[in-house]
Design a protein. Structure first.
Length: 99
């Protein structure tokens, strides 16, 4: 990781949330995670360091904000995909779009 690295996380379940938090904690320049718009508040609670404080280099991006998603995809150095739901995988069409 470097102070200029941008890492995006996409997936289903809690695992991607943990991955994004670890990436931000490892001092990447910026870490972001794609979130269901209705789940932003829950995600904020999950990634808060002490229950209240967000990591300053972690951005929760609502999936409905397609302009921001495309902007971040253009500046990302790495994308992390993950799921903790064995019955569900990230749809190939989503992976194709992100890449």
């Amino acid at each position: 990781p470097s102070s200029e690295t941008v890492v995006g996380t996409i997936g289903n379940g809690y695992l991607p949330t943990l991955v994004a938090k670890v990436a931000a904690h490892r001092q990447h320049g910026k870490s972001w995670i794609l979130c269901p718009s209705a789940e932003i508040e829950v995600m904020q609670e999950l990634v808060a360091m002490d229950g209240n404080t967000m990591l300053p280099n972690l951005e929760l991006v609502p999936a409905s904000d397609t302009d921001r998603v495309e902007e971040l995809l253009g500046e990302s150095d790495a994308l992390l995909f993950g799921t903790d739901d064995v019955e569900s995988v990230v749809a190939p069409a989503i992976i194709d779009y992100m890449l």
